[in-house]
Design a protein around this ligand. Structure first.
Ligand SMILES: [Fe+2]
Ligand SMILES: [Fe+2]
Length: 431
């Protein structure tokens, strides 16, 4: 599907998901209005020949319920989260709808917006609960160790002045005995040339070698065209995809960054408005022809792990579909994973801990050291199985304990225990 039809379907999923999540929160009036908004988008999908997939809306609603919580847990904050996603839909659909339909859509969301504004003005939000690192028991594979490596989720060099959390994570991984580390894209805050060079310097100074690939944040950096690839090449002097084998354990690192400019500026889910900055690249991922050709060369070998930046299609967090790898890229990824009998796929991008499956292969969205829960990921492969563990870096960022935004991010990013501590044995059946 094209970028635009995916965006239209994304907006329908968001709206149908919102309606279901509001109904479970007891926001009956808003749920009815939102269902009417979803019908407008469903008929726009029909007109464009885009097939709606009810299962995507159901899964997206489950995600929204997790973040927005019940009324007892979250009060008005849950309502605000859902309304902001509605604002995302308003802001991205005027090009798909007739002026009249778009106006109707906005009007149907007006009562909900008024209620949110009233809640914000009256200050009736609970104080957020204190943050506690999501401790889980470590998973450990039995048997003889074959390889141990680290994954440094979305480094975003330049996000802080000192990049302290990254340096700490790399130091911890070396101490934990990683023989190499993979930095899975979004190497830089926003593709600036000096941040690419700082990233190179940080990785060169690390005690363990670091394999790198690109993410969406690395790609733009220019006035009118993507400069990410040339800046990456100038700083690192290599291709943004690679394969590495250690003691029979193979890691395939794939570049999924898309150089296309996003027609929209970044959207701020806190304010429900576009940010006042120029557009970057599209957030979603794709595979280039060169990458697809390269993927064709892989045969089954020893235990194989795949690392890339974007979660596969359909991504059903926020925003649905358009934030993840496209459908065509996902088909190539799935085919590769089956062909090489991959043990797991590790991705970043969403800055959350999450576990999903692609063709029965577990797909882990991994935490980063620069956002809650501020950790790094260790993978251990033995002759009997393998394990993944998220470990803390004991980094004390300057977080505001009263910030609802940070509380929401914690709810979003923590994920289930099995996404942070996972064990698979070689003789286990696939799920
Ligand atoms: Fe990122
Ligand atoms: Fe990203």
């Amino acid at each position: 599907m094209s970028q635009f039809t995916d965006l239209l379907l994304s907006c329908w999923i968001a709206e149908a998901g919102r309606s279901a999540a509001m109904a479970s929160r007891g926001q009956q009036e808003s749920a009815i209005q939102s269902a009417a908004r979803a019908r407008i988008l469903a008929s726009a999908c029909h007109k464009e020949g885009v097939r709606i997939v009810p299962n995507y809306a159901t899964r997206h609603a489950d995600f929204l319920r997790e973040v927005a919580g019940t009324d007892e847990e979250m009060g008005a904050l849950g309502m605000i989260v859902l309304q902001r996603l509605g604002a995302f839909v308003d802001a991205h659909t005027d090009r798909f709808l007739t002026e009249e339909d778009h106006q109707k859509l906005v009007e149907l969301g007006q009562a909900e917006l008024d209620e949110v504004n009233m809640a914000l003005m009256s200050g009736r939000l609970f104080p957020p609960p204190p943050a506690a690192w999501p401790a889980t028991e470590e998973s450990k594979a039995p048997g003889e160790l074959l390889a141990r490596f680290g994954i440094l989720g979305d480094p975003h060099v330049g996000q802080t002045e000192t990049n302290e959390s990254l340096l700490t994570a790399l130091d911890h991984m070396a101490k934990d005995g990683a023989s190499f580390v993979v930095a899975n894209g979004d190497l830089t805050k926003d593709g600036k040339v000096e941040h690419f060079h700082t990233a190179r310097k940080i990785f060169d100074q690390s005690e363990v070698p670091v394999l790198v690939t690109l993410g969406n944040h690395d790609m733009w950096g220019g006035e009118d065209r993507s400069l990410g690839m040339e800046r990456f090449t100038a700083a690192f002097g290599i291709k943004p995809y690679t394969e590495h084998t250690e003691n029979g354990v193979r890691v395939i690192v794939i570049d999924s960054a898309d150089p296309r400019r996003n027609p929209f500026p970044p959207f701020d889910m806190t304010t429900g408005q576009f940010k006042d900055v120029p557009p970057l690249t599209v957030p979603g991922g794709t595979f280039s022809e060169e990458t697809i050709e390269w993927l064709r060369t892989f045969e089954p070998a020893g235990p194989t792990f795949i690392v890339l930046h974007h979660p596969p299609y359909p991504f059903l967090g926020v925003p649905p579909l358009v934030f993840g790898l496209d459908q065509a890229g996902t088909a190539h990824l799935a085919e590769l994973a089956v062909r090489v009998q991959a043990k797991a796929i590790f991705v970043g991008h969403s800055h959350r801990c999450h576990l999903n499956y692609l063709e029965d292969v577990p797909v882990f969205e991994l935490a980063t050291a620069c956002d809650w829960p501020f950790g790094y990921n260790m993978v251990e492969v033995t002759d009997e199985g393998w394990s993944l563990n998220l470990r803390p870096i004991d980094y004390e960022p300057d977080l505001d304990p009263m910030s609802h935004r940070e509380y929401l991010f914690r709810r979003y990013a923590t994920g289930p225990d099995e996404a942070r501590s996972f064990l698979a044995l070689n003789d286990e059946e696939a799920p």
